[in-house]
Ligand binder design. Structure first.
Ligand SMILES: Nc1ncnc2c1ncn2[C@@H]1O[C@H](COP(=O)(O)OP(=O)(O)OP(=O)(O)O)[C@@H](O)[C@H]1O
Ligand SMILES: [Mg+2]
Length: 481
């Protein structure tokens, strides 16, 4: 019998790609344009694989998925969407979708996904129908929103959806500022423990001897300052989820105790003999490579293996630059709403400039840069000048000082780069003259302003004679500024 693929979509371009992909594949393509006829098709024709457009009939694709999994739990459903968000990806995977594909389709990815879905269906590995979900509105004031569109991130969110029912330990790795804590919160809030506590502990911020008592608690008299019994975080968080940030910084002794707590769900308070039973889910994060730490004997292999039952790696921002425009616009909306400014976009020159940076501090650094730009800007659209501080900081970090004044050429090169094409277009044949004049004017204006328009002080500061300064003020008509 021929395999059947049900397609619920009415976007012409997507339908054309689908037809092209499966025309001579030996599979039957059943195309339906709305929810009702798609569900009817599932009942009557029993397709093996279904591709549902998420946004069909006012975003009811997700509802159709749930209904379809109800009708035929073994049906392998691939959701398709033109605008992937974290919550979409997590929710559809939680509700039993087999996969989620971004539109416009990449032919190879599409074919592979359908092939895998078909195998899954034929092997009758039934994808489990999980629980109902009420879609919440995207709230700009919600700090816990994770933004992204790159395939890496989409895979991560799909995985969060897949593990929603699991209590397994999770390890999240990634450089500083890549969103490890944000992801930990997303895992927690999409887990079955979401109505219980979430406690975050930064293992690097607490001295070793205090960390032990912080996690496990202590009995009265356990050490000099232990005047009374103290309940630790593990006991406090019974039934909930503990997030151990920078777990790689834990001492070997504490690692041993942690391993036992994870394996046995049991520990003793410092200075106590009584075994305390708990039921805690562990999510750990590290910005250090734990493989190396294991190799250097600073991290226990058994704990490492135990923690990474489920493992996530968040790529640095420089490896997912395609997300920079999306993130920058999201932060603009968020911060301009916070400070009540009507800024609504970023210029293409400024975006290009952001795309050229390396972002060692990752998303946190981008977030801070946009925040400062929003505060400093006086326009409706953020331009390169609003990010000047960021560029000069990065250049100052990378440029070796030369002579007495330092070498600023790299810094100015970066400032000029994004606008250079436009400058050349507007000043054809006079680029050198106009850019130099602009630079000189800006420099003199700033010096005068810094010296409260005292020309003697300004000329001393700039290291030019007072006559030269006067001549430039006349030349550029700066008297009134
Ligand atoms: N994908 C994302 N979308 C929106 N905001 C993000 C995203 N990733 C990170 N952020 C924001 O960037 C900041 C840093 O994220 P987070 O604290 O989760 O990083 P981290 O990896 O835990 O960093 P560190 O290792 O320094 O603790 C937070 O304010 C977070 O809200
Ligand atoms: Mg963190």
């Amino acid at each position: 019998m021929k395999a059947k693929i049900l397609v619920m979509d009415n976007d012409k371009m997507s339908l054309a790609t689908l037809k092209h992909a499966f025309e001579n594949s030996g599979m039957d393509l059943l195309v339906r344009g709305d929810a009702e006829s798609a569900l009817c098709c599932i009942r009557q024709k029993h397709p093996n694989v279904a591709l549902f457009d998420f946004s069909i009939s006012q975003n009811c694709g997700h509802e159709v998925l749930k209904e379809a999994k109800h009708v035929d739990p073994g049906l392998a459903v691939i959701m398709t969407t033109g605008m992937g968000t974290m919550q979409t990806a997590i929710e559809v995977m939680k509700d039993g979708a087999f996969d989620l594909l971004s539109k416009p389709f990449d032919l190879l990815t599409l074919k592979n996904a359908v092939q895998k879905a078909l195998e899954n269906n034929l092997l009758n590995k039934k994808v489990r129908y999980t629980r109902q979900f009420t879609h919440e509105q995207f709230d700009m004031h919600d700090d816990d929103i994770m933004i992204g569109s790159t395939p890496d991130l989409m895979e991560i969110w799909k995985m969060v959806g897949k593990i929603a029912d699991s209590d397994a330990s999770v390890l999240i790795t990634g450089e500083s500022g890549t969103g490890k804590e944000l992801l930990a919160r997303a895992i927690y809030s999409n887990s079955k423990r979401s109505n219980r506590q979430f406690l975050a502990i930064n293992c690097a911020a607490i001295p070793e001897h205090l960390l032990e008592s912080e996690l496990f608690g202590h009995e009265k008299g356990a050490f000099t300052d232990a005047h009374c019994r103290r309940i630790g975080k593990f006991e406090q968080c019974n039934g909930g989820t503990i997030f151990l940030d920078e777990v790689g910084e834990m001492s070997l002794a504490n690692q041993g105790k942690l391993l036992r707590a994870i394996e046995m769900q049991e520990f003793e308070r410092v200075g106590g003999n009584e075994s305390i039973k708990v039921d805690v889910r562990f999510i750990a994060a590290s910005n250090r490579c734990l493989h190396d730490a294991v190799r250097n004997n600073t991290f226990r292999l058994d704990l490492f293996s135990r923690l990474r039952v489920i493992c996530f790696h968040l790529p640095p921002l420089r490896e997912r630059k395609a997300d920079i425009p999306l993130l920058a616009r999201y932060f603009i909306r968020r911060y301009s709403a916070k400070v009540g400014k009507p800024i609504n976009d970023i210029s293409s020159e400024a975006l290009e400039m952001l795309l050229n940076l390396q972002w060692p501090g990752n998303i946190r650094e981008l977030q801070n840069a946009v925040n400062s730009a929003v505060i400093l800007s006086s326009g409706y659209v953020l331009g390169p000048a609003d990010f000047a501080m960021l560029i000069s900081e990065e250049a100052a970090d990378t440029v070796e000082p030369a002579g007495g004044g330092g070498n600023y050429s790299e810094m100015f090169r970066r400032l000029l780069e994004p606008m250079f094409d436009a400058i050349c277009r507007k000043n054809n044949g006079k680029v050198y003259e106009h850019v130099n004049a602009g630079f000189e004017m800006a420099l003199i204006r700033m010096a005068l302003s810094k010296c409260q328009h005292n020309q003697v002080l300004a000329s001393k500061m700039l290291g030019i004679s007072r006559n030269t300064l006067r001549a430039r003020i006349d030349q550029y008509k700066l008297q009134d500024n």
